[in-house]
Design a protein around this ligand. Structure first.
Ligand SMILES: [Zn+2]
Ligand SMILES: [Zn+2]
Length: 297
């Protein structure tokens, strides 16, 4: 019976792809420099939704007791019981190889590196998937990390949807995700008072967070926190922490004045990452392959 369970209807998924495609066209028109990378992600988004539909068919829902959830959250432990996540290895392998084939034309060398790793170690896929599930660094090869994340994170995202409702306002004040423990990739300011939300780079959950605190190191010394923004880009800012030298991009929904999709805005603001890096700050969340080695140098 669980095999037929549908977390969200196909309609919701299709709507999400449609909204992303519309937004991609707007962003391409506004910032043509990002055309190629946005086209690449258009394909990634479409394939991800198809893949999620296939994963969903074999998913076994997880539940945790409400009392246990409260204790875990209070102690700072994310809710997902990683050992209960069932991997459909053949399906995951198939998706992984499909993504790899898609990028072969662009980045043949990096793909060949990955292929030789796979030839040298039989069954490495299982090991890599398990490591990625535990959010351990699997490889220095950013393409491999990206493709692995694209293979594993949709599964974590589906499991996260069973547990999201258990986190209620005020139960979580940490800088990592209450559901899966992932780090935030971007922040959003919402509502009349500009309440700050962080978005998980792994499972797409969102949680409220202090305005003046670094999510990566917990520093809340106001003298060591500041932000900058690019001219004529009201609504987008980069918050920096001088305690750990990290930065996180933040979108002020009130000023952005448009229907934004944070995942896409993150891609179409790579110039802000470059500016942050030029100022000596870093962010290790890798959502875009190659940006650590090439584009951002
Ligand atoms: Zn998460
Ligand atoms: Zn910090």
């Amino acid at each position: 019976m669980f095999g037929l369970l549908s977390i969200e209807g196909n309609e919701a998924m299709n709507d999400r792809v449609r909204a992303a495609v519309v937004r991609i066209e707007v962003l391409k028109a506004e910032r043509p420099i990002y055309t190629e990378i946005l086209e690449f992600f258009k394909q990634i988004i479409q394939e991800k939704e198809d893949y999620k539909k296939s994963l969903e068919r074999t998913l076994v829902p997880v539940q945790i007791n409400e009392k246990l959830a409260e204790v875990k959250l209070k102690e700072g432990f994310p809710l997902i019981p990683l050992d209960e996540i069932k991997c459909n290895y053949p399906l995951m392998r198939e998706h992984f190889l499909k993504l790899l084939a898609n990028v072969k034309e662009r980045v043949g060398d990096a793909v060949r590196d990955i292929e030789s790793t796979m030839e040298a170690e039989k069954d490495c896929m299982k090991r890599m998937i398990q490591e990625a599930l535990r959010q351990e660094p699997v490889s220095k090869n950013s393409l491999l990390t990206f493709i692995l994340n694209e293979t594993v994170n949709p599964l974590i995202e589906l499991y996260a949807s069973f547990l999201r409702d258990m986190v209620r306002e005020g139960m979580w004040t940490r800088g990592y995700c209450p559901i899966c423990g992932g780090k935030p990739f971007v922040g959003v300011l919402r509502g009349d008072e500009g309440k700050r939300w962080l978005l998980c780079s792994v499972c797409s959950s969102e949680w409220p967070f202090m305005r003046m605190e670094c999510p990566y190191c917990g520093n809340n010394d106001q003298k060591k926190l500041s932000y900058f923004m690019a001219e004529e880009e009201e609504g987008f800012r980069v918050e920096v922490c001088d305690a750990c030298k990290s930065y996180i991009k933040t979108i002020d929904e009130r000023k952005a004045g448009i229907e934004i999709i944070p995942y896409l805005e993150n891609i179409a603001t790579l110039h802000l990452d470059m500016a942050a890096r030029n100022r000596g700050y870093r962010n290790e969340i890798l959502l875009i392959p190659g940006t650590t080695e090439k584009a951002l140098g």
